[in-house]
Design a protein around this ligand. Structure first.
Ligand code: AMP
Length: 459
């Protein structure tokens, strides 16, 4: 997954974009990058690791002034995790210096790459985003029209920010898989993956960039906005509300927090009559659903886990003899809260089932008597082709096991998944909006054509 931001017409563009990027850090911790332009020659800084690693380059914020900036944070589990694929990508082409930052996954990337290779294109990166730069570089004319023409050739998920001199362009694929929003701060426009990044830097959220829309911004004015493709049906990823987005971001008119509270309320309805001493979240994502559950069921809310925020990704694949240490390192139960208790434990999702199993083991070790494990989404049975890092179907526990088999494997007393119907209700706040979501990971029904050649490893 990735997060993107763009700021224009502002003497502090680089600082604001950096602060916005830190707000979007949850969307990707693997690499970060920022491109600055508008005053001097366009310059891009990229680094592996957190956004803060970029600040080691003291030139970034001080020595290289600019009035426009775009930024990117990236997370992928693919082998292509290296600095070479950190974004933004900057090129010098017929249009001058152009930079692009992308969130999503271009599903027809292999086909287009093959076509471009035959035409003599040279590739510097191994990620799907690069084909867009090639398509842009191969067409003459006004940049916005060239972007529109290029996007026509792409399939899949792409929310984009594009920078050239003082011009900031935002674009979103026709399904609107990944979010992209527009905001304003004084005389400057901001484009961001999430509204929280706009608000953190002192701006105001204006509206979503719509599926299929391209917005061209220059000198604090929207120069042009148009639809490069007519949207047949919006399919925004519902997993954004379940897991990915920040609780204080607004999606479909309400905060993600409110959607998560509703998910918990619906779970409580589904589990009506359940007896337990406490409701406990798996931090951090399970927090608001657990709150909703506790309120709706009148069962006491307790925070029984301490989360260590300093566990880096490098600790994710420990050696066998360190497995127990790792299990306790990230989340540790508070014994006096859980010992001898019947617990409703709420997490957002089960993917492989491995971390959940370890976590439940640690909870039992701390003395939990009964565990009712409840998830604020349905079983994940399909891999995502639109930018979320889910493993292939063979590694998805729910794609290969019944709920009862999973319950036994996890060793819990009951296992409950939020129904799709209730999830959609929780996220849309109105029955009429039930068609705006992509729910492919829960249903296996993909909004675009998927074949064995479909590319899956975007961000
Ligand atoms: P697992 O043990 O593999 O089922 O992992 C479940 C945990 O992974 C849950 O606590 C989720 O919050 C978290 N999770 C869900 N989706 C993702 C994702 N795309 N990347 C990383 N973690 C995830």
């Amino acid at each position: 997954m990735c997060g993107i931001i763009g700021v224009e017409n502002n003497e502090n563009a680089a600082v604001l974009a950096s602060a916005g990027l830190i707000t979007l850090q949850h969307r990707g911790e693997e690499s970060a990058g920022i491109t600055i332009s508008g005053k001097e020659k366009m310059k891009t800084f990229r680094s592996m690791g957190l956004v803060s690693t970029l600040f080691n380059e003291d030139t970034l914020l001080n020595k290289l002034p600019g009035t426009a900036a775009i930024g990117h944070v990236r997370y992928t589990t693919s082998a292509k995790s290296s600095l070479i694929n950190a974004q933004p990508f900057q090129i010098n082409c017929i249009h001058g210096n152009v930079a692009v930052a992308h969130n999503g996954n271009i599903t027809n990337f292999p086909k287009i790459r093959e076509m471009l290779l035959k035409k003599g294109a040279i590739f510097n990166h191994t990620s799907d985003t690069e084909i867009l730069l090639h398509l842009i570089a191969m067409s003459k004319g006004n940049l916005a029209d060239v972007v529109a023409k290029s996007l026509h050739k792409l399939e899949g998920a792409f929310s984009l920010v594009i920078l050239k001199d003082k011009t900031l362009i935002g674009a979103r694929d026709e399904n609107g898989f990944r979010p992209l929003v527009l905001g304003k701060i004084d005389g400057s426009y901001i484009i961001s993956s999430e509204t929280s990044a706009i608000e953190v830097i002192g701006g105001t959220y204006i509206r979503d960039i719509m599926p299929g829309e391209i917005v061209v911004i220059e000198n604090g004015k929207i120069k042009k906005s148009f639809f490069y493709k007519k949207t047949k049906q919006q399919h925004t990823c519902i997993f954004e509300q379940v897991y990915f987005s920040r609780p204080d971001s607004i999606m479909f008119g309400k905060t993600v927090k409110e959607a998560r509270v509703k998910m918990g309320e619906f779970l409580a309805k589904q589990m009506k009559g359940i007896k337990a001493d406490i409701v406990m979240p798996v931090p951090d994502t399970g927090y608001y659903a657990a709150l909703g559950f506790a309120r709706a069921s009148n069962i006491l809310f307790e925070n029984g886990f301490v989360r260590n925020h300093y566990v880096g990704r490098s600790f994710i694949k420990p050696s066998q003899n360190l497995r127990d240490v790792t299990a306790r390192l990230k989340l540790r139960p508070i014994k006096e809260v859980v010992n001898g208790k019947d617990i409703v434990l709420i997490d957002d999702s089960i993917v492989r089932g491995t971390t959940s199993k370890r976590l439940l083991g640690v909870l039992k070790e701390a003395g939990a008597k009964k565990i009712h494990f409840a998830l604020s989404c349905p079983p994940i049975i399909g891999s995502c082709y639109y930018g979320i890092d889910t493993p292939t179907k063979s590694h998805l526990i729910a794609a290969n096991n019944s709920v009862e088999e999973m319950r036994k494997y996890l060793g819990v007393d009951t296992l409950t998944f939020l129904s799709l119907e209730n999830l959609v209700k929780a996220c849309s706040f109105s029955a009429k909006k039930d068609k705006v979501f992509c729910t492919a990971c829960f249903t296996g029904r993909y909004p675009t054509k998927i074949s064995k050649n479909t590319y899956k490893e975007g961000c």
